[in-house]
Design a protein around this ligand. Structure first.
Ligand code: ADP
Ligand code: MG
Length: 408
């Protein structure tokens, strides 16, 4: 919604036409604001106190083009007034054979993908470039080469179109993916953000005011999934595969330890080591033995014969670590509106466990649609929309940051 300030010093002309006097009153548009308080302040400067309600409201929608390129997905989306019109993602398959993301290859793939992805997002949305009100991009955190491609593209477009630029923090955007559906969580809410690089519990007071109250002290939950998959000989990213195998497995068959970490923080590195020893001992023990009891063949045979149960048991432990901390956070803060976000929130075990725990404890739970869980530009667009409403723009001199934390 835009607000238009109309100069009250209108020109007033009369003219005669067919024996009728016509009074012509023309108003001059002096300024367009996207905020009624700003509009009132401008009018107050010229004419004294003007109530905000007297500002003439023009129902012009805010259209944003958003770009995400923090890691290995090149994505673009268009939204109007917070409604997502298009959301395109080019996944980079080039990393599969290396068992993880290769930064240099990711940057090169972004360069190849960005024009077709932005073009597809614009075409699908039905919006012309000329109708875009602002360009948004992910400025942190991520791989610097990947971030640079999206940032430079967004800056060039903003310069060429003479439109404002909005810098979005990727982790804030994951949280706000929960505001994309029509049914949105009421503030304040807690969000468990779980991805390949982060595991956080975030207390959200408004779209732009949020605080991290717990996070991992070592590996992220997504890394625990991916590294387990690698130990099992599965391709990268292994999280979705573990999820698929776990559906047919027994989650109580093998017991993996739950770390005892103070407060609302998480740790997954101990679990990873325990899984490593467990596999090297072909399931006989979770602890390090100087001479591992199993040969490479025995280990492979053990994995082949027990894959679904191993996946289900590992997933069960990761999910229980996450939910136990979430329960603690809800109890300590007294907040019962609980959301999840990030790539790992696509995990069916986590989604089901959240719903079950929510039913038991009377939580109101929110889970984004699958396409808004893993990296995407729709979440950048929705975050940019709320930043636009607060006139939170950045100059063209802005640089992306691989590590910047978000603190509002
Ligand atoms: P990033 O960490 O780059 O922000 P995402 O937010 O897209 O990336 O999260 C990617 C992570 O999510 C990867 O670790 C991947 O294995 C994990 N993931 C995606 N889908 C699932 C799933 N169904 N189950 C478990 N993990 C998943
Ligand atoms: Mg992410």
């Amino acid at each position: 919604m835009w607000h238009i300030v109309v100069s009250l010093t209108c020109t007033f002309n009369t003219m005669w036409k067919a024996n009728t006097i016509i009074y012509c009153v023309s108003f001059k548009i002096t300024k367009i604001c996207n905020n009624p308080t700003n509009a009132a302040a401008i009018l107050k400067g010229s004419f004294g106190q003007i109530p905000v309600s007297s500002i003439f409201e023009l129902n012009m929608a805010v259209t944003i083009l958003a770009i995400e390129s923090s890691c290995d997905e090149t994505a673009a989306a268009v939204c109007i007034d917070g409604q997502i019109l298009s959301n395109f993602i080019a996944n980079q398959t080039v990393h599969e054979k290396y068992g993880g993301v290769v930064p240099e290859l990711a940057s090169r793939a972004h360069l190849q993908n960005i024009v077709p992805v932005v073009d597809a997002a614009l075409k699908t949305s039905g919006c012309a470039l000329s109708s875009i009100d602002a360009i948004a991009f992910t400025h942190a955190p991520g791989l610097i080469g990947s971030l640079l491609v999206g940032a430079q593209f967004a800056k060039s477009l903003a310069l060429a179109l003479d439109k404002p630029l909005i810098a979005v923090h990727h982790m804030q955007a994951h949280v706000l993916a929960n505001l994309i559906p029509a049914e949105k969580p009421a503030f304040p809410f807690l969000c468990l953000t779980v991805s390949g690089g982060h595991t956080q519990i975030v207390l959200c007071e408004s779209p732009t005011k949020m605080k991290v109250i717990g996070e991992t002290i070592d590996d992220a939950a997504g890394e625990a999934f991916d590294k387990t998959a690698k130990l099992l000989g599965l391709p990268y990213p292994g999280g979705p595969l573990i999820d698929r195998y776990a559906i047919n497995g027994n989650p109580k068959r093998f017991a993996f330890p739950e770390p005892q970490i103070q407060g609302l923080n998480f740790s997954f590195s101990g679990l990873k080591t325990s899984i490593l020893y467990f596999l090297q001992n072909a399931g006989t023990s979770n602890v390090f033995k100087e001479a591992f009891t199993a040969t490479a063949e025995e280990k492979k045979k053990f994995i082949d014969e027990n894959l679904t149960d191993i996946c289900a048991s590992v997933q069960y432990r990761i999910v229980s670590i996450l939910l136990n901390k979430l329960k603690k956070a809800a109890k300590e803060t007294g907040i019962n509106t609980i959301c999840i976000a990030g790539g790992v929130s696509a995990n069916s075990g986590l989604r089901n466990a959240l719903k079950e725990t929510g039913n038991q404890l009377g939580w109101k739970t929110f889970i984004p649609a699958f396409e808004y869980c893993t990296d995407n530009a729709a979440m950048i667009a929705i975050t940019a929309y709320y930043k636009f409403l607060e006139n939170d723009f950045v100059p063209l001199s802005v640089s992306p940051s691989p590590r910047a934390a978000f603190n509002n």
